[in-house]
Design a protein around this ligand. Structure first.
Ligand code: HEM
Length: 474
């Protein structure tokens, strides 16, 4: 095997965009459009190419089988990039997402357990309450004709849901005026994106205004999260049965020392609380926001989704039973198409733990390999008329289908052992909140002349999605 590998071309033989010696391709990249730059280069240089950001050598792959294989072969053959681990560690945010090996295994078990479907059914009434709060917030905006920043309001919704399900705390940022935790979290994701990809860690020596702003945001997050943890510890001390039968993730991680003999440090607990807040916030909110943008662009589909929702939940304004949320095939087809064309995680990055063969080339251990997950779901051989928004593709039966539809290349939640443990929670939130929108509101862009564009800030979010919510016309 080693001899066979030795005869293959290596990273150095890969094609890629030229760049000057010291900086490489640094100045050809806008980090808030990193994904599009890499996708455009893939058009030019093929399914495996290389580029450089300062001294850092990066390979980029957009071959579906190789991408799926890399996702599957974790955590033993591939890890998340070391820059994710060091950036999150420095920001005191190290948790499941940025852990590896046994450390990852013990955290994964707890997180997966806390977010599994068995917990979603008893949680549904609380999700309904939070959805009704969002509806009332938008009814107030509609009455006052106040523009709504869709992503921001949806982030209030997703943080309220995550804190309620995972920590048993009713944050209710939807009905809070003034500063809320989301405003601090907002500053964390773009800086994480920047630091993970930065050519060198300048902030260890020199702090610019945006680094100081991050420090302030992190200090406030620390204070807010410490308060959550202290509340839960107090609750557990007054009810010792919660150590034997924890009811949510935070209780489970605090109780793990007694129940399973696994000790999580205060830093582990803090890091994982922040991980769940961050991982659950932008992702779900931005996915809903992209879907609403398609509602506005394709009114015929919006009308069909609306008729479907009416038929299932009327006269209620929001879904009232978890089973209803599973009865919206048209809505599901629309948000699947939104996640195929506008996935909030259009790329994923890993490092091989030993030299590996990728598409006939030897890639040395430790090389950053970026996987273009969106691109593979936008290739003709995987999805017919791949560039078009066509929810119908998700509705036709396999026997009627006339063009490729390879769902194994549709990876909005990743795949393999590290695939998103929040997937079911995210889908339930999406169905519930989108059904509430369909049933209650008409939506328009406040400034239709300003294009809604993609911006990468760790997740890919829509810009300029400021809308006017109007109570649904008869
Ligand atoms: C539409 C919403 C969401 C999308 C599109 C999404 C997508 C993803 C993706 C692409 C990954 C990386 C998977 C991989 O490496 O194979 C991931 C990981 C993760 N997600 Fe999500 N996610 C969403 C919602 C959530 C929610 C609601 C939570 C929890 C509250 C969550 C928690 C996590 C965690 C903890 C990880 C790290 C898993 C690990 O490394 O083992 N996500 N997610």
């Amino acid at each position: 095997m080693v001899a066979a590998l030795a005869t293959l071309p290596t990273y150095k033989d890969l094609p890629g965009p030229p760049g000057p010696p010291w900086v490489g391709n640094l100045f050809q990249i806008r980090f808030d459009a990193f994904h599009s730059t890499l996708e455009n280069w893939a058009d030019e240089y093929g399914p495996l190419y290389r580029f450089r950001v300062g001294p850092r050598k990066i390979a980029v792959i957009s071959d579906a089988d190789t991408i799926k294989r890399m996702h599957r072969e974790r955590p033993d053959m591939f890890r998340r990039t070391r820059s994710v681990a060091s950036a999150t560690e420095e920001m005191r945010l190290k948790g499941l997402f940025s852990s590896e090996g046994d450390d990852w295994r013990r955290q994964r078990k707890l997180v997966a357990m806390a977010l599994n479907t068995a917990h979603l059914k008893p949680f549904f009434p609380k999700l309904q309450t939070i959805t009704e709060r969002l509806m009332r917030r938008w009814e107030t905006a509609a009455d006052a004709e106040t523009p709504v920043d869709l992503c921001r309001d949806l982030m209030r919704f997703t943080v309220d849901v995550t804190t309620q399900l995972a920590f048993g705390i009713d944050f209710n940022t939807l009905e809070t005026d003034g500063p809320v935790i989301q405003q601090n979290l907002d500053k964390v994701f773009p800086m994480l994106n920047w630091r993970v990809n930065a050519p060198f860690a300048y902030w260890r020596y020199l702090r610019f205004p945006k680094d100081r702003e991050l420090d302030r945001a992190l200090a406030q997050v620390q204070q807010q999260v410490d308060e959550i943890i202290a509340d839960v510890r107090k609750r557990m001390l007054s009810d010792r049965s919660l150590y034997d039968a924890p009811t949510n993730f935070l209780e489970a991680i605090i109780a793990a020392k007694e129940s399973e003999g696994i000790e999580f440090s205060d830093a582990d607990i803090f890091g994982n609380v922040c991980t769940l807040l961050l991982a659950g916030e932008d992702t779900t909110a931005n996915t809903v926001a992209w879907t609403v943008n398609y509602f506005m662009q394709y009114p015929d589909y919006f009308a069909r989704a609306r008729a479907e929702v009416d038929a299932v939940i009327a006269p209620s304004a929001v879904p009232t039973e978890i089973e209803q949320a599973a009865q919206f095939p048209i809505l599901e087809a629309i948000y699947n198409e939104a996640m195929r064309l506008k996935p909030v995680a259009p790329l994923n990055a890993m490092e091989p733990l030993q030299d590996v063969e990728l598409l006939g080339h030897i890639i040395p251990a430790g090389t950053v390999v970026m996987m273009l997950n969106r691109r593979i779901a936008m290739q003709e051989e995987n999805f017919g008329h791949a560039q078009e928004f066509d929810p119908e593709r998700w509705l036709v039966s396999d026997s009627e289908r006339k063009c490729p539809h390879d769902v194994s290349t549709f990876l909005p939640f990743g795949t393999g052992p590290r695939f998103c443990p929040g997937r079911n929670l995210a889908l339930l939130q999406m169905r519930t909140v989108l059904a509430m929108i369909c049933r209650n509101f008409d939506i328009d862009l406040v400034e239709p002349e300003r294009a809604v564009t993609e911006k990468l800030a760790f997740t890919m979010m829509p810009t300029n999605l400021i809308v006017r919510m109007r109570k649904r016309s008869a």
